[in-house]
Ligand binder design. Structure first.
Ligand code: SAH
Length: 438
């Protein structure tokens, strides 16, 4: 989501005549888009800004330095007090004012600006794209469908930094998707903090279909669009209408990132997740019945307050039972003003580390096996562009969201290709198009 927000801000600035600087050493404006989900992310952003201030300010005093995003939203003025070199602090509902604020600072009309207020209709303002600005975005694009979250998981800062759930209209989203497809985009990922709650308050269910599934249907109609993905859903949003959409809509890719957070019912309840282990396992079963090839990934928090060794072992067992294709594991991080931060029985850092390590080993082991299972199989990828690590290789993704590298050239970009998988690396597959074409 931050990548997408940054892209939209950059595109808005480019439209006003700015150009993208190659490096921060030559940039006139440096904005750091920030995440607050864990303390580590905040410390990293603050450290980065301190380094920038020390390096850049010395030689080029006129460079504008700013923070945007979740930490900007939740810390506001405090950031200016702490880091006097910062000129601009832009909250999560104010991205579209960036150009105006820069104008005021660059012209000398104002010296410092902090804007973290709420703004009506801001959910519809993140719509500009920097197509061709990066290889990835021209084939595959993110489209923001909503802002905010009303779930109030007890560990999570997002409802306080991103505000209440506010959804765009279906016609507005479809118009943006159509425009992207007309410019060559083949794959669209619908984005939001809790996409399965899309339109819940404004769009009534129709023939048993939730607003989100109605949106999937509408986007699916777009001619020339090849693939649809979305992130992140909430397990409570996996009703039969959504399961059935996977079976019904050929453009909807067989891949689901469904954050489970814990495998223990008591912890899930303390987290305010709104489902049980049993319910989660039921969803996975139904999804695999609808699409046996589906790739399933998740987020898990270890060391949530009160999590015992036995609770954690239930999470380990769940990872074994589901066999996730991959899982993002987070050590619980206390976030200011969240209910979990002051819950009793905070788990010592050492135990959080140790559980993180054990779960990571399990996830890696299962992932490696799942990736190896692809060797020798034929699979279809959408080619996105050169590999990040080795520009001589091209990179694409399977429908089940696995990265595949192969020896290719720029002419493959944007193509849907059949490859034979020859090798599996760490959460990466290697393929050969020649074998298929023989
Ligand atoms: N709303 C989105 C993004 C949430 S942040 C979603 O549900 O996917 C992404 C992940 O960060 C969460 O799924 C959770 O596993 C993790 N996370 C959130 N708050 C955290 C905290 N306080 N400590 C550790 N991990 C956290």
């Amino acid at each position: 989501m931050n990548e997408r927000d940054s892209e939209a801000v950059a595109a808005q600035l480019v439209a006003k005549g700015y150009s993208l600087a190659k490096t921060e050493n030559v940039a006139d404006v440096i904005l750091l888009n920030t995440c607050s989900v864990r303390d580590f992310a905040e410390q990293k952003a603050i450290g980065k800004m301190q380094n920038l201030a020390a390096d850049v300010r010395k030689n080029r005093p006129d460079v504008v330095l700013g923070f945007m995003g979740c930490m900007a939203q939740s810390r506001g003025q405090e950031l200016l007090d702490k880091l006097p070199d910062v000129d601009l602090v832009i909250g999560t509902q104010k991205f579209h004012h960036t150009a105006d604020y820069l104008e005021e600072i660059l012209s000398g009309a104002r010296k410092k600006i902090v804007d973290v207020a709420a703004e009506e209709k801001s959910e519809a303002t993140i719509r500009e794209h920097l197509l061709n600005g990066s290889a990835k975005t021209s084939v595959s694009a993110f489209v923001s469908i909503m802002q905010g979250c009303n779930q109030y998981c007890t560990f999570c800062i997002v409802p306080y930094t991103r505000g209440e759930e506010r959804s765009r209209t279906i016609p507005d989203i479809v118009a943006e998707c159509r425009e992207l497809v007309s410019r060559g985009v083949k794959e669209i990922t619908l984005l939001g903090q809790i996409v399965t709650s899309f339109g819940k308050r404004d769009i009534p269910n129709q023939n048993g279909k939730s607003a989100f599934v109605q949106l999937l249907d509408a986007v699916h109609e777009i001619e020339g669009l090849e693939r649809i993905r979305f992130t992140s859903p909430h397990p409570k949003g996996y009703g039969d209408d959504l399961i059935e959409a996977y079976a019904r809509l050929p453009k909807l890719c067989e891949s689901a990132h469904i954050p489970v957070q814990s495998g223990n019912d008591r912890v899930l309840k303390l987290m305010h997740r709104g489902y049980t282990r049993e319910k989660f396992l039921g969803i996975i079963k139904k999804l695999r019945a609808a699409k046996p090839e589906i790739g399933i990934t998740t987020d898990i928090i270890v060391g949530f307050p009160g999590e015992t060794e036995q609770d954690f072992e239930e999470t380990l067992a769940l990872a074994h039972e589901v066999e996730f294709d991959n899982a993002y594991i987070f050590k619980y991080s206390q976030r200011r003003d969240t209910p979990a931060a002051t819950m009793p029985d905070q788990v010592p850092q050492k135990i959080r580390e140790e559980r993180n390590q054990r779960l990571l080993e399990t996830v890696n082991e299962i992932g490696a096996r799942k990736y190896e299972n692809f060797i020798g199989r034929q699979t279809q990828i959408l080619v996105e562009g050169p590999s990040k690590k080795n520009a001589a290789r091209m990179s694409g993704r399977t429908r089940c969201n696995k990265i595949v590298l192969f020896d290719g050239t720029a002419r493959h970009r944007g193509q849907i290709m059949d490859l034979k998988i020859t090798r599996a690396g760490s959460f990466t597959l290697y393929g050969d198009p020649a074998i298929v074409n023989l």
